[in-house]
Design a protein around this ligand. Structure first.
Ligand SMILES: [Zn+2]
Length: 295
């Protein structure tokens, strides 16, 4: 069976079939295709009930910013990357969920706002964290309602969107001249994906609708007048996702809690063993890219 690539329209064949190995919310089998021309990997058809695969427990909320403060240490590297290219200004995060990053951006001097599809997270961000947040799953529509930004950030969000290309176009429209887009996503060129295939935790069916080669993103953004300032798989985030991948691959093998924990530890040991390979630029499980709009 063939289906058209949603990026370039070329006929693509099934690459693998997978299930929700990470969360076991459904036993439905999903078909992943790979475009022979642009190498995009995509689920087809896109499930109509996507919202069902994001359970409430996906997000842990409280009535204070304690959680956001606790998460700050893990987010600091993102601020460091951004400040290198844009020291201040208006910043938008798309898909912040809890909002640890947006909150730290605000504390670091950015005028931070957000677009978030989850109603509870949006309420928390607006009312507790003091981040102006639009609650919408229509990212393009929400973008139109906002003033231009100097920084737009998508941390592991683009792969969840049914319309990533339209979203990237709307983002480039909404950036000020000289503004930057910071985007991190799973890397289909990763060593881990070549080894684990459909069982790769970052394939994350059915939530990850597309695995986009970095080369393709660079090509798309160049067409929108945006150039690459940074492209890496070895920032702190990328290295962390390597460990996450092995831990979850092993712990997904068994649902019994005690065994599961032991498998998690084995995963961490495997990650350590393989880290010399995964630390090679381009081989890591996730890339981080900074694009700049022409001034
Ligand atoms: Zn294609």
């Amino acid at each position: 069976m063939k289906t058209k690539c949603p990026y370039c329209g070329t006929d693509a064949e099934i690459y693998f079939r997978s299930r929700d190995y990470n969360r076991n919310i459904t036993t439905v089998i999903f078909d992943h295709y790979r475009c022979p021309k642009c190498q995009l990997i995509f689920i087809s058809p896109i499930p109509e009930n996507l919202g069902d695969y994001y359970p409430q427990a996906y997000y842990t909320l409280s009535d204070s910013t304690d959680l956001l403060d606790a998460g700050a240490a893990n987010e600091q590297y993102k601020i460091d990357i951004i400040k290198h290219f844009m020291p201040q200004g208006r910043l938008l995060e798309i898909g912040p969920s809890l909002g640890c990053f947006t909150y730290l951006a605000k504390k670091s001097g950015f005028e931070a706002e957000a677009i978030e599809m989850d109603a509870r997270c949006s309420k928390f961000l607006n009312e507790i964290a003091g981040i102006p947040t639009v609650n919408s799953s229509d990212t393009c529509g929400a973008l139109k309602s906002l003033k231009p930004f100097d920084v737009i950030a998508l941390w592991h969000v683009i792969e969840h969107l049914p319309n990533p290309w339209e979203t990237l176009e709307a983002i480039s429209d909404k950036l000020n001249p000289g503004g930057i887009l910071v985007l991190a996503a799973p890397n289909p060129d990763a060593f881990q994906f070549h080894v684990l295939g459909r069982y790769w935790p970052h394939a994350d069916a059915p939530r990850h609708l597309m695995l986009i080669p970095s080369k393709l993103l660079v090509e798309k953004m160049a067409a929108l007048g945006m150039t690459v300032e940074l492209l890496t798989t070895t920032d702190k985030g990328g290295l962390g996702w390597n460990i996450f991948g092995w831990e979850f691959f092993f712990s997904n093998l068994c649902s019994l809690r005690k065994i599961n924990r032991a498998l998690h530890i084995i995963g961490r040991m495997v990650a350590k063993l393989l880290s010399p390979i995964e630390k090679i630029e381009g081989k890591g499980s996730a890339y981080t890219i900074v694009f700049r709009k022409a001034a």
